[in-house]
Design a protein around this ligand. Sequence first.
Ligand SMILES: Cc1cc2nc3c(=O)[nH]c(=O)nc-3n(C[C@H](O)[C@H](O)[C@H](O)COP(=O)(O)O)c2cc1C
Length: 315
Amino acid sequence: MQTRITELLGIEIPIVQAPMGWIARSQLASAVSNAGGLGIIETSSGDMEAIKSEIAAMRTLTKRPFGVNLAQMFIRDPEAMVDFVAENEISFVTTSAGDPSVLVPKIKELGITVFHVVPTMRGAAKAIDAGVDGLLVEGSEGGGFKNADGASTLVLVPEIAERYDVPIIAAGGFVDGRSMAAAFAMGADGIQMGTRMVASVESPIHDNWKNSIVNGTEVDTVLVNRHHRPAMRVWASEKAKALDAANEPGGISVDDMTGTYFGGDMESGFAMSGQVQGRITTVEPVEQILRTTWDDCQAILRTLGASATAASTSK
Ligand SMILES: Cc1cc2nc3c(=O)[nH]c(=O)nc-3n(C[C@H](O)[C@H](O)[C@H](O)COP(=O)(O)O)c2cc1C
């Protein structure tokens, strides 16, 4: 099965791995690209030297396409990063956490395919005006930085797909064939997985975090900083619950974050995680996640298609 996303990105399986600070590095991203999806290298850690060497490492780890996310708020010199991406012949970029009109025209001029991450209809309109090739539509149930007033994937994706005829990658809540088939029914052409990828064998983060996803239910997340910035959906640690209850703005230091990411201290920083953790019960290799999701999705679509055809011909 081909979709606008497999055709545009030159990949076999229309599953994109989410850009995630420190996590979306070459070990995880190359596993996704080698499995037939699209690996993405992050920039939200702000550690540009490490990111540049991770992009170089991707060239040795995979011959398949991969992309880079430009998280505008976290990059000191975003224009220079666009030049770096072009010099390294990256053909797909997602932009996020900033005004799309700032970088999209330059990225387009350089001949790179660009999608902007949008959490609202208004955000989609701005991205379309900026000239994007497609939209990465992100529902509020997903993990990570969020629009505090955002709508769920089920509302947002069909709303945007009805308005704009551009390729759409849906994000927020995708984990398996069942949810992926729903994405196509809503008008998407592919999906992005964040939380599922955190809990994969190739994800470089501490097992304590992976286990919190495996053991966490769908209600064990908190949207911290919901009345401040940046709002983030995170695993419901005591620290996250206290911050939410106090309704104070909560900052995060790099040391606190890496203490959670690599030290396994779940009360140090915030372990970003989506509600879909309630549907994740095992840590699996990326190849297995992608293959099972895609095979199951196509089987579900075939079954639904056959039922609909049978129903219409029996009338
Ligand atoms: C640990 C983590 C870090 C994230 N960091 C980023 C980021 O740097 N840039 C970005 O555009 N999205 C980021 N996100 C959001 C993801 O790109 C994705 O849209 C979201 O995880 C999808 O929802 P899901 O978690 O239900 O799969 C992050 C998500 C997680 C779980």
